[in-house]
Design a binder for this molecule. Structure first.
Ligand code: HEC
Ligand code: HEC
Length: 435
């Protein structure tokens, strides 16, 4: 079930509510008929509840799941008020004892289950729908499916207990997406669609760190986005073409973000556009008007390399220790943040360079160090399993690295054997010989 689709379950529930209000109305009318002195207002009040519920039900059919969910609580509330009113009716007319058991049972059941249902609905919902398979990329994809593909590249197809939701694109390793949720060293991508249009107009964009028309050496991309879509694509293909203020290294001239179309992430053009389409539509669920990237054509689909990795996003990240150590390190994503001697392409800049043969002994001696490690291997093990114990200082800037950037959940991604192997390897890393 996609949040952008209509969910028949909610519509069914609202029909049940409407039918229920009709039953209550009939009951009230019968009770009033039975006693001459009952107020004539009661049938009118309960008739109004039928009308309200019927209108709710009609509206519910026009909504998609996400809106159904939030709308549902209003109807639940209305039915709850209906029950309270019905209770008042019983009391004031002194008929609670005489009403049929069935009606009383229904009354109590609804009184208890409705608030519960309402509460459960208030909780954040987790999605569990299967992702579109790579095989489904034909020329006939809808924009809804295409943006969903982008979402899966970012967050993966499944939530895994104890692990942050993450997909092939690795974006949540560094970025947050909800308002107010900031992790430190990487911009929150909430509102990035809107920002993308303004960025290209900034003077800062035109001149820093390279000028429009110049080529970025790291990615080989010639800078020159003019639209929001082009800005987003350039951000992913050439992070250093423009560095968001305060988020770069070396005076905001160098982005710590990896080039997304190169290893280790290596999105292909169809995937890249899917991510852009998702970025453009994520804040307007069900509405794809802001998406400017084209759907993949049949020939794009045919040109897409056949991937056994189509299912990769569906698996939790886990290394057993039987893999070669550099493969293990790549699977875990360490190179996105760390420069690691001996691992090809590990030139990440968000965290300290891993020269642990020399660094670890220094850390343990630091008066700030409050951890339990007494030797290099213990220190590395501790840094991987509980990164928050000691926060490394960046020697270049003189500031501490931000806490909370290094993922806290590696303990769920490694077997004991894999951890041993990783620690052995990292404890031997040292700076390349000078010269
Ligand atoms: C290793 C960390 C890291 C990863 C992984 C990463 N980013 Fe970034 N990203 C950054 C940093 C740091 C910046 C800010 C510096 C800059 O402008 O390049 C940034 C900037 C951006 C920007 C520009 C934001 C703006 O306000 O203009 C976009 C868009 C973006 N990232 C999207 C993504 C997407 C999509 C992914 C996944 C496919 C991703 N990033 C993966 C670290 C990362
Ligand atoms: C999203 C970015 C990120 C990822 C991914 C990441 N780290 Fe880190 N790491 C950091 C940051 C930032 C620090 C410095 C802050 C701190 O000490 O917690 C750090 C610190 C460390 C340290 C201490 C370094 C020192 O010199 O004292 C070690 C060891 C380490 N990381 C190993 C790893 C390993 C191994 C992996 C992969 C399994 C990994 N990290 C993945 C960001 C990251």
């Amino acid at each position: 079930m996609l949040p952008e689709q209509h969910d028949i379950l909610f519509s069914f529930l609202t029909i049940v509510f409407t039918v229920f209000s009709v039953i209550v109305f009939i009951n009230v009318v019968q009770q009033c008929k039975a006693r001459k002195d009952a107020s004539k207002a009661w049938p009118v009040i309960f008739g109004a509840f039928i009308l309200a519920n019927a209108l709710f039900t009609r509206h519910m059919f026009t909504l998609v799941q996400q809106d159904q969910m939030s709308f549902f609580k209003w109807q639940a509330l209305t039915v709850f008020v209906l029950l309270l009113t019905w209770g008042m009716f019983f009391k004031s007319e002194n008929i609670e004892k005489q009403s049929p058991t069935m009606i009383r049972g229904m009354f109590f059941w609804m009184m208890v289950s409705l608030p519960l249902a309402g509460y459960a609905n208030w909780l954040p919902q987790q999605r569990s729908d299967p992702p579109p398979k790579a095989a489904a990329i034909t020329g006939e994809m809808t924009m809804e499916q295409y943006t969903e593909m982008g979402r899966v590249i970012v967050f993966g197809a499944q939530q895994v207990a104890g692990q942050k939701a993450i997909g092939k694109g690795q974006c949540p390793l560094c970025h947050t997406f909800d308002p107010g949720d900031n992790m430190g060293r990487c911009p929150n991508l909430f509102g990035v669609e809107e920002r993308s249009h303004n960025r290209v107009k900034e003077d800062r964009y035109k001149n820093q760190p390279i000028k429009v028309g110049e080529t970025d050496p790291a990615s080989g991309v010639k800078k020159g986005a003019t639209s929001g879509e082009e800005y987003l694509r350039e951000s992913l293909q050439c992070p250093s073409c423009y560095v968001v203020e305060g988020f770069g290294g070396a005076g905001d001239t160098k982005s710590p973000m990896p080039v997304i179309v190169k290893p280790p992430i290596s999105l292909d053009p169809v995937e890249l556009n899917a991510v852009i389409a998702w970025l453009q539509s994520k804040e307007t669920p069900g509405d794809f008007a802001k998406v400017t990237v084209p759907l993949p054509s049949a020939s794009d689909a045919a040109a897409q390399p056949k991937k056994e990795a189509a299912s990769e996003g569906e698996k939790p990240v886990f290394v057993t220790g039987s893999e070669p150590v550099d493969q293990m390190i790549n699977t875990l994503g360490c190179p996105l943040c760390h420069t690691i001697p001996g691992v090809e392409g590990a030139v990440g800049e968000l965290g300290p360079k891993l020269f642990e043969k020399v660094n670890a002994p220094k850390r343990i001696k630091d008066p700030r160090y409050k951890g339990k490690a007494t030797n290099t291997k213990e220190y590395i093990r501790e840094s991987i399993l509980t990164p928050g114990v000691y926060i490394v200082k960046n020697d270049e800037t003189g500031e501490l690295y931000p806490d909370g950037v290094m993922p806290q959940d590696f303990k769920n991604k490694l077997s004991i054997e894999a951890l041993d192997k990783l620690v052995d390897f990292i404890s031997q890393t040292e700076p390349p010989p000078a010269g």
